[in-house]
Design a protein around this ligand. Structure first.
Ligand SMILES: O=C(O)CCC(=O)C(=O)O
Ligand SMILES: [Fe+2]
Length: 330
């Protein structure tokens, strides 16, 4: 973004903002960045070459080390899939991919806030996941400050479970419990999130899903609300090693939508760990940290115990026959 450009909507990712043309002026924007920004804006995903000259060596070393940790017999016999969550804690290659500085810089430019990785998923075979939006599993306020970066650790084509997307679906409304007709989460949020209703019931007419064939080292960035999933992995003699890293962005509140009804005062906040720093991030909004006062609804300078004391005093004075001074603005 050029220095002199002002952004009237800082609570929207730059790449999804109605002011996109102003925020990425073609004359002042690096052409490579502009191409990725346009693709991400239009389709909800963008394809890049993973910016790591050491990628092939890294991928080979990683897959070689992880090979024995997956139950290949169960996969071949029953099609049992598996995912390895947060391997970055023990595998330096997973961590190196998740914290790649060029990827973090690119995401930060696209969104207008610093990106940080908070979760990795390593897939030995195709996930075969039904269509879903990641914004149902983890979301942010302001919304859409979340993205996934998927990278092929080996070649992926139609026989080993390619990713599938509905281009443009990232612009659809984000689903929450209210749209699903529920007042309470039933069971664990993870169970709710895998509920049928959270997945795209139907594709809108005219929108064709796209399958992504990728070479090792090709990566995809997808927007928070893009409808995506994993295609059937047909050839069980093959693997489909890949890594997904999920990123949040600075100065947001982070929460689990399937355990929350924000306007009823129920918010299941998250305190994700920034993989790059190893520190938990409790969240903030417009520079204000999510402390107890903020959670309990007190606005700037309005301290709840003081407000209760004022109410109690007004009530006592009222009982003694004096006019009760009702606090203003409540
Ligand atoms: O790898 C896949 O097939 C899909 C993974 C996915 O949906 C995710 O990690 O958010
Ligand atoms: Fe996903």
């Amino acid at each position: 973004m050029a220095a002199e450009v002002t952004n009237p909507l800082p609570g929207m990712p730059l790449v999804e903002s109605p002011f996109f043309e102003r925020l990425f002026p073609p004359a002042d924007t690096d052409p490579a960045l502009l191409a990725v920004a346009r693709q991400l804006r239009q389709d909800g995903f963008a394809v890049i070459d993973f910016p790591d000259p050491d990628f092939d060596r890294r991928a080979e070393a990683l897959c070689g080390r992880l090979r024995d940790r997956f139950d290949w017999a169960a996969w071949r016999e029953r099609g049992q899939v598996g995912r390895m969550q947060d391997l970055w804690r023990e595998e330096p290659e997973v961590r190196a991919i998740a914290t790649n500085a060029a990827v973090i810089d690119l995401l930060s430019r696209l969104y207008g806030r610093r990106a940080w990785p908070f979760q990795t998923l390593t897939f030995p075979v195709g996930s075969q996941q039904p269509y879903h939006s990641d914004a149902v599993h983890f979301s942010s306020a302001p919304e859409r400050f979340l993205c996934g970066v998927w990278v092929a650790l080996e070649d992926v084509d139609e026989s080993n479970g390619p990713l599938v997307y509905y281009p443009g679906s990232h612009r659809w409304p984000i689903l929450g419990l209210d749209q699903l007709g529920r007042n309470r989460p039933e069971g664990k949020p993870s169970q709710i999130a895998s509920h049928e209703a959270c997945r795209a019931p139907v594709a809108p007419p005219g929108v064709e899903p796209r399958r992504v064939h990728a070479r090792r080292g090709q990566a995809l960035i997808w927007a928070a609300n893009l409808l995506h999933g994993g295609e059937l992995h047909r050839d069980r003699a093959r693997s489909r090693w890949s890594q997904v890293t999920h990123y949040y962005f600075d100065d947001c509140l982070y929460y689990t939508p399937m355990g929350s009804l924000p306007l009823a005062g129920q918010v299941q906040y998250r305190t994700p760990l920034d993989i790059a720093t190893g520190q938990p991030v409790p969240g903030s909004l417009n520079g204000r940290p999510l402390d107890r006062d903020f959670r309990e609804g007190a606005l700037a300078g309005d301290w709840r115990p003081l407000r209760m004391l004022r109410r109690a005093l007004a009530w006592r004075l009222g009982r003694r026959g004096r006019p009760a001074a009702a606090p203003e603005g409540e």
